[in-house]
Design a protein around this ligand. Structure first.
Ligand code: FAD
Length: 307
């Protein structure tokens, strides 16, 4: 079943994983009884697998997607324009279909450091959506990225929303959002895209707040997200970075702070899920970070799914 058909009926719920860089990582994720099998016990509507940033580490993506399919869940492939020719994209997309993978997230892709463009034949996700529709008709269900705070390099939020509308006009089926912790901004953006004539279902991407360094890195290094006061307070309360006032902090103390941060972060993420669910969205997409226990706790404690 297409994920958009599910979204027509009820809110969808899904996970995101990434292609491991090592054989050990692959074993942990894809082996019998491994993380993917465990995630499937939570009955997600689909599981997506990212496409290596800068076109790297793409090699393991298809085996991961194959494994999602054999585990009994719909696989969704993230796919980018980075370094890809039209011919190369045609081959990769055909290969997805040969593997029974007919859901993609059509992205421009993160530009590798120092690059000023995609280094490929297509420059924007708008063009990629058009390419996939022109070449493959309705064979793919196509998701596209939406940025509630505006993409970090957009010339204005209005321009960004206009390009999102263009993705819809070119044949996109649903929107998956970039990280956004600023709920006032999110609600503003939902109204703004509807005012702009964008009717696509919105699937909200949520990175669980589990680790202070990863949270700061995801928010600030690539996306420039606004960090709300409540989240900044959690990071401050459990500060583990170089601290001139506690230069000799023990390993034990840092370990405890990390554990306390995770507890506070899980609680924060559950409240965030609650807030999103009353904003007229069509799905929650949780970054599983190739782990099971923490996201399983989130699913159970948030009540997002009747298990
Ligand atoms: P676009 O929609 O093409 O937008 C890029 C910029 O160009 C924006 O500033 C936009 O305003 C502007 N723009 C768009 N169209 C036009 C146009 N026609 N003319 C002029 N300007 C235009 N990256 C990866 O490498 N691998 C992944 O697996 C991956 N997964 C992601 C999953 C999600 C849910 C999200 C939200 C992002 C993901 N990314 C991934 C990151 C994404 O590739 C980056 O955010 C990238 O910088 C922009 O991608 P996009 O599809 O939003 O680009």
């Amino acid at each position: 079943m297409k994920v958009t058909e599910i979204m027509d009926k009820r809110s969808a719920f899904s996970f995101e994983v990434f292609p491991p860089k090592t054989d050990v990582g692959m074993e942990k994720l894809c082996s019998e009884g491994g993380v993917l099998d465990q995630l499937c016990t939570l009955k997600p509507d689909y599981i997506s697998c990212t496409y290596g940033a800068g076109g790297t580490n793409v090699g393991k993506q298809v085996p991961v997607l194959d494994r999602i399919k054999t585990a009994g869940t719909t696989p969704l492939a993230h796919f980018t324009c980075i370094g890809n020719t039209r011919e190369g994209m045609r081959d990769q997309l055909k290969n997805y279909l040969d593997h029974g993978i007919n859901h993609i997230l059509a992205l421009r892709g993160d530009l590798p450091f120092g690059w000023t463009g995609t280094g490929g034949d297509l420059h924007y996700a708008t063009e990629l959506v058009k390419f996939v529709r022109d070449e493959f008709g309705d064979k793919f269900t196509i998701g596209v990225a939406g940025s509630p705070e505006g993409h970090i390099a957009c010339r204005s939020i209005e321009a960004d929303i206009s390009f999102l509308k263009q993705k819809q006009d070119n044949g996109a089926d649903f929107i998956m959002t970039q990280l956004c912790w600023d709920m006032d901004q999110f609600r503003w953006w939902m109204d703004a895209i509807r005012d702009a004539g964008i009717t696509l279902p919105v699937d909200v991407g949520i990175m669980p707040v589990l680790d202070a360094a990863a949270t700061i890195n995801m928010a600030l290094s690539r996306n420039g997200c606004v960090m709300p006061r409540a989240l900044a307070e959690i990071i401050s309360k459990h500060w583990i970075f170089p601290n001139p006032f506690a230069p000799n902090e023990s390993e034990e103390s840092i370990k405890q702070k990390k554990a306390d941060f995770k507890e506070a972060g899980l609680e924060y993420t559950i409240k965030l899920i609650d807030e999103y669910r009353v904003c007229g969205i069509s799905g929650i997409h949780l970054y599983a970070l190739n782990k099971f226990d923490d996201v399983a706790r989130l699913v159970r404690e948030s009540g997002i799914k009747d298990l």
